[in-house]
Design a protein around this ligand. Structure first.
Ligand SMILES: *[C@@H]1O[C@H](CO)[C@@H](O)[C@H](O)[C@H]1NC(C)=O
Ligand SMILES: *[C@@H]1O[C@H](CO)[C@@H](O)[C@H](O)[C@H]1NC(C)=O
Ligand SMILES: *[C@@H]1O[C@H](CO)[C@@H](O)[C@H](O)[C@H]1NC(C)=O
Ligand SMILES: *[C@@H]1O[C@H](CO)[C@@H](O)[C@H](O)[C@H]1NC(C)=O
Ligand SMILES: *[C@@H]1O[C@H](CO)[C@@H](O)[C@H](O)[C@H]1NC(C)=O
Length: 546
């Protein structure tokens, strides 16, 4: 049954047509507006007047059409965290793949949430816009015929948690541009609120079970999430159904999403949900209220305590397992499901480093501190003028200098990966602060993590059976994390630190995955409405993929 439907999908996509699947349409006005989530009025970025932005509720294989009108005074783009955009990096909304939407103009994203389920979010990808809002939840429900490995919850709630700055996004960008750090956030938010009032965020009925989709949409801080008096059953993370363990609290690193089921099985009153900072000397906390219907008793002021230290967090990560028997849309049904038995063809080791260039703070990967140009790399490649915009593979697969604050070169960091090869990527973080890495266009298997340096011996500790396939993974301080994946999605894909200061100052790169066939089977043509900018303005279209 599953196999047959996969075959049909393959046939449909061969023709480049996905008209049979339903379309859902959105028109979004992006504007500035005054918000005061920490009590201090500041300029926020709103979508249709909302902060956070509206939720997208979709079902596997839906076609999503979002017409985004940019009413800001700066170029703007949205990106879709964890949405794989199969064959379609044209819609990924990163500076290296799309031209920005100029002020006063609009761009319509068209994409299919193909073969995916679970909890995701969208965010503004340019400048420091993410510090001002324009993010929101994106959920993909399983199709009706596909069994979900738990009973339907009584309701389904999106919980966006994140650190927050009261400085304007342009001020933050200026700080970074002048070579300084944005330092610590001012607080933490849950769905745009810090919990100063006790108005309930969610209402529940005694005895019923609810799904909470918790995503960390912040700029730099890992957060611990917990609910006073209640345990949480983990059911999904980053779009994969997990083995359903019970947790008192969960560490959610920047860019990650978790779904938990929580049964309202306590005395019918109000309870706090809590998001508190991790790995910082001074803990900051946001609360929100869950109200049992009819309750008029305030929550107990005694908040459940969060964990201390990152060893706890690493141990928690080790308990995460993929539910191999749950049927669901799988990222790579033909290949990496049995990822442990595929031979690695290439290992890329990425050493992050913090450095100074001309006295200014920069961050680098293997000695390259990424900068964007005025032409997106994907467009330059498609129009065959890549050599005028960037040079491929400036960065080596292993760091040239193994330790510390090596000098960094400022240049576009675009590497190539051979189509359909199975690659191991090792992240080494010699810093004292935590890293979180995200890869667009794919989900990957985080097979191992540990303190110290990675060596080939570290492979003996890998989970080669049931690592949870996901899109964002943490690397603890002075530690390593290894991931594996098949590069079977042609396109130009951003690999970045989710720690926004690091990303902004160079700790990111693009991976160009080209199908030698130049065929619609592997990649879509540039969409008709694609914006043009930089060196591709006025160039004739190259021959289409067929
Ligand atoms: C978006 O802006 C346009 C132009 O100002 C306006 O006509 C439209 O009603 C707005 N839509 C929403 C949903 O706010
Ligand atoms: C989301 O979509 C699902 C499936 O179409 C539907 O059952 C559900 O009611 C929707 N939820 C919301 C909040 O719109
Ligand atoms: C802008 O919106 C118009 C009206 O819906 C649409 O026809 C057009 O394709 C959009 N522009 C782009 C570049 O997507
Ligand atoms: C995995 O999914 C299956 C199928 O839905 C379900 O029956 C089982 O309970 C799940 N296993 C665990 C350990 O969560
Ligand atoms: C993987 O490599 C081993 C050793 O080189 C070889 O024996 C095996 O056939 C390879 N497996 C696959 C699936 O290519």
């Amino acid at each position: 049954m599953l196999r047959a439907s996969v075959a049909i999908l393959v046939l449909l996509s061969l023709s480049g047509v996905h008209g049979e699947d339903p379309y859902i349409y959105f028109t979004w006005n992006v504007t500035y507006g005054t918000i005061a989530p920490l009590g201090v009025p500041q300029q926020g970025i709103l979508i249709n007047g909302q902060f956070p932005g509206p939720n997208i509720n979709s079902t596997t294989n839906n076609n999503i059409v979002v017409n985004v009108y940019n009413f800001l005074d700066e170029p703007f783009l949205l990106s879709w965290n964890g949405i794989q955009q199969r064959k379609n990096s044209w819609e990924d909304g990163m500076e290296g793949t799309n031209c920005p939407i100029p002020p006063g103009e609009n761009f319509t994203y068209h994409f299919q949430v193909k073969d995916q389920i679970g909890s995701f979010f969208y965010f503004p990808s340019l400048a420091m816009h993410k510090a001002a809002g324009a993010f929101g939840g994106l959920r993909i429900n399983s199709r009706l015929l596909i069994p979900v490995p738990f009973d339907p919850p009584a309701d389904d709630y999106t919980v966006l948690i994140g650190d927050w700055y009261t400085k304007n996004h342009k001020v933050l960008a200026r700080l970074l541009g002048s070579g300084r750090s944005i330092v610590r956030p001012a607080g933490v938010l849950i769905n745009g609120k810090s919990g100063k009032d006790d108005e309930p965020l969610f209402t529940v009925e005694a005895g019923k079970t609810y799904r909470y989709r918790v995503c960390n949409v912040g700029l730099r801080t890992s957060l611990n999430f917990r609910i006073q008096g209640h345990t949480m059953k983990l059911v999904e993370m980053d779009g994969s159904h997990t083995v359903q363990n019970i947790y008192d609290s969960l560490d959610v690193h920047v860019g990650q999403c978790y779904s938990v089921l929580v049964t309202a099985d306590q005395a019918p009153k109000d309870y706090y949900i809590v998001a508190s900072t991790r790995f910082m000397k001074q803990v900051m906390t946001a609360t929100g209220v869950i109200r049992y219907a009819g309750s008029n008793s305030r929550p107990s002021p005694k908040l459940p305590e969060g964990p201390v230290g990152w060893g706890w967090s690493l141990n928690q990560w080790r308990t995460f397992r993929w539910n191999l028997t749950a049927s669901a849309a799988r990222p790579n049904p033909q290949g990496s499901y049995h990822y442990g038995s595929i031979n690695i063809t290439r290992t890329i080791k990425l050493l992050n480093c913090r450095t100074r260039v001309n006295g200014k703070l920069r961050y680098a990967l293997n000695g390259i501190s990424h900068v964007n140009g005025d032409t997106p790399f994907k467009l330059a490649e498609y129009f065959n003028i890549a050599n005028r915009v960037f040079e491929y593979n400036r960065m080596g697969d292993v760091p040239a200098v193994e330790e510390g604050a090596a000098a960094a070169i400022l240049t576009p960091n675009v590497i190539t990966a051979e189509f359909r090869t199975f690659i191991e990527i090792v992240f080494e973080n010699p810093d004292k602060s935590i890293q979180s890495y995200h890869l667009d266009g794919y989900s990957f298997f985080p097979v191992g993590m540990g303190p110290g340096r990675w060596t080939t011996e570290s492979r003996k500790t890998y989970n080669l059976l049931d690592a949870v396939s996901r899109h964002t993974i943490q690397v603890y301080p002075k530690s390593w994390t290894a991931i594996m994946l098949t590069f079977d999605n042609a396109g130009m894909w951003n690999l970045r630190s989710e720690i926004w200061e690091r990303r902004y100052l160079g700790q990111q790169l693009y991976i160009s995955v080209l199908s030698p066939a130049r065929s619609l089977r592997d990649e879509y043509n540039i969409p008709d409405n694609a914006l043009r900018c930089g060196a591709v303005v006025g160039l004739p279209l190259p021959p289409s993929y067929v």
